[in-house]
Design a protein around this ligand. Structure first.
Ligand SMILES: Nc1ncnc2c1ncn2[C@@H]1O[C@H](COP(=O)(O)OP(=O)(O)OP(=O)(O)O)[C@@H](O)[C@H]1O
Length: 342
């Protein structure tokens, strides 16, 4: 649904001295139709620039953006305006018109699209129902809670029936409970409407709760990218570590440290007890976490096995044979969450 190729964006320095700021240094990204794709990264990594380039709110310096088969970078201004009707966007601070009611805010874009009054009325009624705001149609933004304001933002973004929704830190100014309800709404809309969602966030909870795929951006480059389940099955993935912070725990000399990820029914099995019994070894658990990620129950565990790596080949093979993704660590990675989120 979205293909980004070699996307580059540079800004001139404010004082016009020194080299340009290279916010994006050649981004390649592919978002499948119907998926929720999250881009995470530390402050200043280039997230906002990236999402603003997708609908060309920000003109890329180089590269192409294709949405629903259309290369946006080659369109005339008029063609781009039409193409943007297929791409909704929601914002951290909602960007509602304070002098218009909820209904009028949602209707605004439909007026610009040239829909007749009766069609607009019908569409707004339908979309307010979809986001759970039918009873607040006549309220003004100042009379709404943060979560309700974001529901209006979502309704406005979806009024024109877009295929794609871009979300720029949409839950970052909401409390945890309200965040959950907005994430649930986005997931429902994704399922009900087949809506493709590309979001940027600094909250790993967002990735954990609703994303099918994720990418990590660092200094204008994508450094990790994949489905969330594949990333979780890559023990050295920074995203995986940030989703499952096990903390720093160093093993003792003469021991082997292994880290493993497991999903589904494997999460329920007594892995450590079985290993100890079968091989007659004392297995030390250095860290463990079991969580729900999207629709999956997944776990991550760091174990210390007595003896060097060569003497642990058999237990490690046994873990792998039982379907676990196992990585033998040279040294324990520091908790990577600080490199992922601000
Ligand atoms: N309009 C601009 N003019 C000059 N430099 C800019 C502009 N917008 C962004 N930058 C620079 O580009 C880089 C990437 O910024 P961007 O806002 O995309 O990062 P971010 O990951 O969204 O950060 P945050 O999470 O703090 O919002 C930063 O170095 C930033 O200072």
């Amino acid at each position: 649904m979205i293909t980004i190729t070699n996307l580059q964006k540079s800004y001139p320095r404010a004082n016009s001295r020194g080299s340009d700021v290279h916010a994006l240094r050649g981004i390649d990204l592919h978002v499948e139709e119907g998926e929720i794709f999250g881009v995470v990264g530390a402050s200043g990594a280039g997230k906002s620039t990236l999402i603003r380039c997708v609908n060309l709110l920000e003109r890329p310096t180089a590269g192409t953006i294709t949405v629903a088969g259309q290369n946006l970078t080659q369109l005339s201004d008029g063609e781009l305006r039409t193409a943007r009707q297929g791409i909704g966007m929601i914002f951290q601070h909602f960007n509602l018109l304070s002098s218009r009611t909820v209904r009028e805010n949602v209707q605004f874009g439909l007026e610009i699209m040239g829909l007749k009054k009766a069609e607009r009325e019908a569409r707004v009624t339908e979309i307010l129902e979809l986001v759970g705001l039918s009873d607040r149609a006549s309220a003004y933004p100042s009379e709404l809670s943060g979560g309700q304001k974001q529901r209006v933002g979502i309704a406005r973004a979806l009024a024109g029936n877009p295929k794609v929704l871009l979300s720029d830190e949409a839950t970052s100014s909401l409390d945890p409970q309200t965040t959950d309800s907005i994430l649930q709404l986005l997931k429902d809309l994704n399922r009900k409407l087949g809506l493709t969602i590309l979001l940027i966030t600094h909250e790993m909870e967002v990735v954990k709760k609703i994303c099918d795929s994720a990418a990590l951006i660092d200094d204008g480059r994508i450094v990790e990218n994949g489905t969330v389940i594949d990333l979780l099955n890559t023990p050295k993935s920074k995203i995986s570590h940030a989703l499952f912070p096990l903390g720093e725990s160093h093993g003792s000399p003469g021991h082997t440290i292994v880290e493993m990820m497991y999903a589904g029914e494997l999460a329920e099995r007594p892995i450590v007890a079985t290993l100890s019994r079968e091989f007659g070894i004392d297995v030390n658990i250095l860290g463990a976490a079991v969580e729900n990620v999207g629709d999956h129950r997944v776990g991550r565990m760091r174990l210390e096995l007595p003896g060097d790596r060569a003497s642990n080949e058999a237990p490690i093979a046994r873990l792998r044979d039982s379907g676990l993704f196992v990585e033998v660590l040279d040294d324990v990675m520091p908790d990577a969450s600080s490199g992922v989120v601000r």
